[in-house]
Design a protein around this ligand. Structure first.
Ligand SMILES: [Zn+2]
Length: 247
């Protein structure tokens, strides 16, 4: 049994028994955690209060060596993102980002760069940023932070740069195919030149810039769609879909 302490973001909670919860958190140094919060469902519990999704907390937990499920010892709220609780669309987006992180990472997987990215996205939402732009930036950067950044410069088949043309991203190879080199049986995503250029630029930018950079509205859905499809294909995880209608 070892005891740890770290800051973390609450991904979600589930009832465990009449009195306890299982909390899933994403910590800065230890990645994703699953912790039993004993007594957290009791009205007298102070722990339960800090376990709302998206809350930034400082937590202490114990875990057996090699174990998957730890025990929450204490949880102190550091930041509550208030916009989430007063703006339904902001909450829906935050919920989707938290769920994406929860699906992509197994217990004890994840690094500080992933924590930083999620944290920066929640802060950008809190700061009143454009929600679709934040989602596009988050998904693009997540690809890069997972080592899954697709190659977006040359057509894999003819080696030419698609330039101003619309090209297709081949999900399996993570490479582009220009209009002259179609891949009939492959799963591909159509990307206009502007989306290719933007995706390339934003994938590797530092997380903190999510607050200041804004992606043009006409490219949001294309970038979110391509990044989500690529991520789902390569992680084998089904990701929460965007609820809004295609534009
Ligand atoms: Zn080509």
């Amino acid at each position: 049994m070892s005891i740890h302490a770290d800051e973390a973001l609450v991904l979600g909670v589930l009832p465990y028994s009449n009195t306890s919860l299982i909390a899933t958190l994403f910590s800065r140094k230890s990645g994703k955690l699953r912790l039993v919060a004993r007594g957290a469902r009791s009205p007298k519990s102070r722990i339960g209060v800090g376990l709302e999704p998206a809350t930034h907390v400082h937590t202490e937990w114990s875990i057996r060596t090699g174990g998957d499920l730890g025990t929450l010892r204490s949880c102190e709220t550091l930041t509550v993102f208030h916009r989430l609780w007063s703006d339904m669309e902001a909450m829906t987006l935050a919920g989707r980002l938290l769920k994406t992180v929860d699906r992509v990472f197994g217990v004890s997987e994840g690094e500080e760069a992933h924590f930083e990215l999620l944290s920066a996205a929640l802060e950008a939402i809190e700061g009143g940023g454009d929600l679709e732009s934040i989602e596009a930036l988050f998904m693009a950067a997540l690809l890069d932070r997972l080592g899954l950044a697709p190659g977006l410069t040359y057509c894999l088949s003819c080696d030419k740069k698609p330039g101003v043309e619309t090209a297709r991203l081949d999900l399996a190879s993570g490479e582009l195919r220009c209009g002259r080199c179609p891949l009939p049986a492959a799963q591909t995503i159509r990307l206009r030149a502007g989306a290719i250029k933007t995706l390339k630029e934003v994938m590797t930018m530092e997380a903190g810039k999510i607050r200041s950079v804004q992606i043009h509205a006409s490219l949001h859905r294309e970038i979110i769609g391509a990044a989500s499809a690529f991520l789902a294909y390569h992680t084998g995880k089904s990701l929460p879909a965007q609820a809004r209608k295609p534009s």
